[in-house]
Design a protein around this ligand. Structure first.
Ligand code: PSU
Ligand code: MN
Length: 301
């Protein structure tokens, strides 16, 4: 694709058939506070490398859709005011206006799969919002995952959402969903959302992606990894905090793309930083597991 700027390191990795793991950037600009955002973004590069894979963080820097960011790019996303949270519908405008934007799960999946990257680690995927009948708010992540051939490793969908209905949507869209070594679908900040899911190992996940290559199916595959136990948040406490945060969003008339960052920030404040600790722990863990699956995929072809 002409508008993709693939870094030299990623280009080399393709030639050498090394495993590559895509990483999103909205978590840097809108998901975590400074300086955690920068530290985590750089740390997950190291984690992916330690597993023998190459990290490819994706963002739009001065109107260039870049696959593979350097430290300076990460610093800008972590600190600059006015970085645009770029979902699919925002992408043409951000490129045209030469803006700097962070990519959501949707835009990261799109760009990564256009580049030929098959694995992607993130924190939580967007989904159907809890007040859907009133707001009609469904993340574009779902629509785009229905047509991006990539394996997305996350800690489930954010528990601020309507989890059962989001899982129904995945079924409608033809996106396979598995629990990583668990039959409990994780609840992002918590290890168990209360919903049963089919389990998968890393070997099976890699094998499933190879099988999928023969089927020429365009959908992504979603592997849900529970947050590490030590950093998991008590589900009852989290439940009440989410309800309070949703009420505040409603009182302050927060709508559209601002809702998710608003809720994440409010939950951060209400948990005295515990939600951020959980978020950091799970994104690191997801990066590691995505790299291991990617490694298995390439080494057994
Ligand atoms: N998960 C996190 N932090 C985030 C997000 C997810 O832990 O910041 C971002 C992702 O980029 C996801 C986006 O794609 O929120 C979803 O936003 P929306 O609901 O507006 O589509
Ligand atoms: Mn939305």
């Amino acid at each position: 694709m002409k508008t993709l700027h693939v870094s030299n390191e990623i280009r080399e990795a393709f030639i050498e058939q090394k495993p590559i793991v895509a990483l999103e950037s909205t978590i840097i600009s809108h998901g975590l506070p400074y300086p955690d955002n920068k530290e985590v973004a750089l740390r997950i590069h190291d984690i992916v490398r330690e597993e023998g894979a190459v990290p490819a963080t994706i963002a739009i820097i001065d109107g260039q859709l870049k696959v593979g960011l350097d430290e300076e790019d990460i610093e800008r996303l972590a600190t600059e005011e006015g970085v645009v949270k770029t979902s699919i519908r925002d992408l043409p405008g951000v490129l045209t206006k030469r803006q700097t934007g962070s990519t959501t799960v949707a835009t990261t999946s799109y760009a990564a799969s256009q580049a030929g990257i098959r694995f992607f680690a993130t924190g939580g995927i967007g989904g159907v919002h809890r007040d859907f009948p009133n707001s009609m708010d469904v993340s574009n992540d779902l629509n785009t995952l229905a047509k991006s051939n990539i394996c997305v490793v996350s800690a489930g969908i954010k528990s601020i959402l309507d989890v059962p209905n989001t899982l129904e949507m995945f079924e409608t869209l033809g996106v396979p969903v598995y629990g990583y070594e668990t039959t409990r679908y994780p609840g992002f900040y918590t290890t168990d959302s209360g919903i049963t899911v089919e389990t998968i190992s890393k070997e099976e996940a890699a094998s499933l992606m190879r099988t999928k290559d023969h089927l020429t199916l365009d959908q992504s595959v979603h592997i849900a990894v529970p947050v590490p136990e030590e950093e998991a948040i008590d589900p009852d406490w989290m439940h009440s905090i989410i309800l309070e945060a949703l009420q505040e969003a409603n009182n302050q008339h927060v709508t559209g793309k601002d809702i998710t960052p608003f809720l994440l920030k409010t939950i951060h404040e209400k948990t005295n930083g515990q939600s951020v600790k959980a978020n950091i722990a799970l994104i690191k863990n997801n990066a590691k597991i995505a790299a291991q699956i990617a490694n298995n995929y390439y080494n057994n072809y």
